[in-house]
Design a protein around this ligand. Structure first.
Ligand code: SAM
Length: 284
């Protein structure tokens, strides 16, 4: 490991804390202090961070609504040999935040680009999840409407990786319901308020987390959902199938119970139907 001494002009992608101010790196502060301009999502948010850190570099807004207009001006400055730093409101820029097209333009125009790494909610949640970390798929925010959300979950259901999502607190309940419906009762880690005072990670099967939130309400804060990969080893045996069907038949018709169970388990429809019919004939 070495400490960089020379400073190359170009675009610097600077990560900022996701909650705990102490997570800003020494290199991030030095880079931001020496930038000719800092492009940020919300100037009020970054101004607050700068005042806490004693940084006075000029700020310019760069967000999803003005990026196409502002990008040429930033590129002009970069090509004139200035240093531009890009930050987001929190965490690592470009990860579900603006910046990817600016990086693309720099690459196309041979402008130097580098990153000053730091906090990111995705990786912090993955670390704390207790789920496999060697293969993961980060899918940002799921669609807001349930039908589209379920469609996307269905596409992801066979991916042999840990799945990571961001989610807004007001949608956690319905998203967890859709996950149970489409992915089955996988293990999940719900990471909340990472690096902040009320940080907590709930680790349990989806059905238990749902039951917990139904009973106690969904707490406030920022959330990352980390879902276990499909368990290839665990075959759903006849006993487990009966257990799922008994519970479904208590709440819905035979047809709906079969449809839901097929979706949840991925088992053959004929097998599920025959087991359900036998249970029904036995008076369940
Ligand atoms: N670029 C950021 C990063 O590197 O983490 C993420 C930006 S994204 C627009 C914001 C979302 O990240 C939030 O809605 C939440 O899902 C997640 N997030 C950010 N900070 C968090 C924290 N401290 N704890 C839990 N989730 C967080």
């Amino acid at each position: 490991m070495s400490e960089e001494t020379s400073f190359i002009k170009g675009l610097y992608l600077v990560s900022t804390p996701i909650g705990n101010l102490g997570d800003i790196s020494d290199r991030a502060v030095k880079t931001l202090k020496s930038a000719d301009i800092v492009a940020c999502e919300d100037t009020r948010v970054t101004a607050k961070l700068f005042s806490l850190l004693g940084i006075s570099a000029p700020l310019t807004p760069y967000h999803e609504h003005n990026a196409d207009k502002v990008r040429p001006a930033l590129m002009k400055r970069l090509k004139n040999g200035e240093t531009v730093a890009l930050v987001s409101d929190a965490g690592t820029p470009l990860v579900n935040d603006p910046g990817y097209r600016l990086v693309q333009d720099c690459i196309a125009e041979n402008v130097y680009v580098t990153a000053v790494p730091g906090a990111s909610a995705v990786l912090t949640a993955l670390q704390l999840s207790g789920l496999p970390c060697h293969r993961f798929l980060f899918s940002g925010f799921l669609p807001v409407k349930s039908a589209a959300r379920k469609k996307e979950l269905k596409e992801l259901s066979t991916v042999n990786s840990t799945l990571i999502f961001y989610e807004a607190p007001q949608r956690i309940g319905e998203t967890l319901d859709d996950m149970l419906d489409v992915l089955g009762d996988r293990r999940i880690a719900v990471a909340r308020e990472l690096t902040k005072r009320f940080e907590e990670t709930l680790r349990a099967p989806l059905s238990q987390v749902i039951a917990n939130y139904r009973k106690n309400g969904v707490p406030k804060g920022e959330f990352v959902l980390v879902v276990a990969p499909p368990d290839k080893e665990e075959k759903i045996g006849e006993e487990k199938l009966k257990e799922i069907l008994v519970s479904a038949l208590q709440k819905m018709s035979l047809k709906d119970a079969v449809a839901q169970t097929v979706k949840m388990t991925g088992l053959n429809k004929k097998q599920v139907y025959e087991t359900a019919l036998a249970l029904k004939n036995d008076g369940i």
